[in-house]
Design a protein around this ligand. Structure first.
Ligand SMILES: O=P(O)(O)OC[C@H]1O[C@H](OP(=O)(O)OP(=O)(O)O)[C@H](O)[C@@H]1O
Ligand SMILES: Nc1nc2[nH]cnc2c(=O)[nH]1
Length: 181
């Protein structure tokens, strides 16, 4: 896709959450997480690559002791339909016995977060919790619910705030839905 195509895709998209709304959701999430996990000395794990913006903006709002690490799993790979799960970086052995908080940008069909939870439990995590910036209202019986949800988004392909559209526009500070996908 060219730079011009990328701009045209954004121009055709619909903005579904403003930067101000995203920042307010982050403030609320941080307060909720603090109430639940401040005393737990959690291991916070960002799911690369979509969680990079969410983690980068949430972490400075968490004012309690924690450790941070990441894992990398993907099943969309720049497409708008999910496929086979591909683990690129497994969680480290430091999860054993810990309260873990998984951060991801979106809970859609829930396959990714459920697989991460199962992996962490298998690796000996004492408690697995999760926070997602967005939860897609797709009417599906998801295999997992997130403990902390920033914003509900409609059943469309969304991008911005770390989420990509065909590999692009993770850098946008607001959230958009593709015109046609
Ligand atoms: O609930 P699901 O239907 O499983 O989808 C959610 C996952 O999809 C996205 O990852 P993606 O595979 O696009 O990789 P990315 O993080 O590199 O964007 C997103 O970051 C979640 O991890
Ligand atoms: N960028 C993006 N990634 C996703 N992964 C699962 N659903 C979505 C979505 O709507 N947008």
């Amino acid at each position: 896709m060219t730079r011009h195509d990328a701009q045209a895709m954004l121009d055709r998209a619909e903005r579904i959450a403003t930067e101000t709304e995203v920042q307010a959701a982050l403030d609320r999430l941080a307060a909720e997480i603090g109430r639940e996990l401040a005393g737990a000395f959690p291991l916070v794990l960002a799911v690369m690559g979509g969680a990079v913006v969410f983690a980068g903006q949430l972490l400075p709002r968490l004012r309690f002791p924690l450790e941070f690490d990441y894992l990398h799993v993907t099943r969309y790979r720049g497409k708008t339909q999910g496929g086979e799960m591909e683990w690129r970086v497994l969680p480290g052995q430091n999860v054993a016995g810990r309260t873990v908080l998984v951060l991801d940008d979106i809970l859609d069909e829930g396959e990714t977060l459920a697989a991460i939870r199962d992996k962490l439990v298998q690796m000996g995590a004492a408690r697995v919790t999760s926070a997602v910036l967005t939860d897609k209202a797709n009417g599906l019986a998801k295999p997992i619910r997130a403990d902390f949800v920033g914003l509900e988004v409609p059943d469309r392909y969304v991008f911005g705030c770390g989420m990509d559209a065909y590999g692009l526009w993770r850098n946008l500070p607001a959230i958009y839905a593709l015109k046609d996908a």
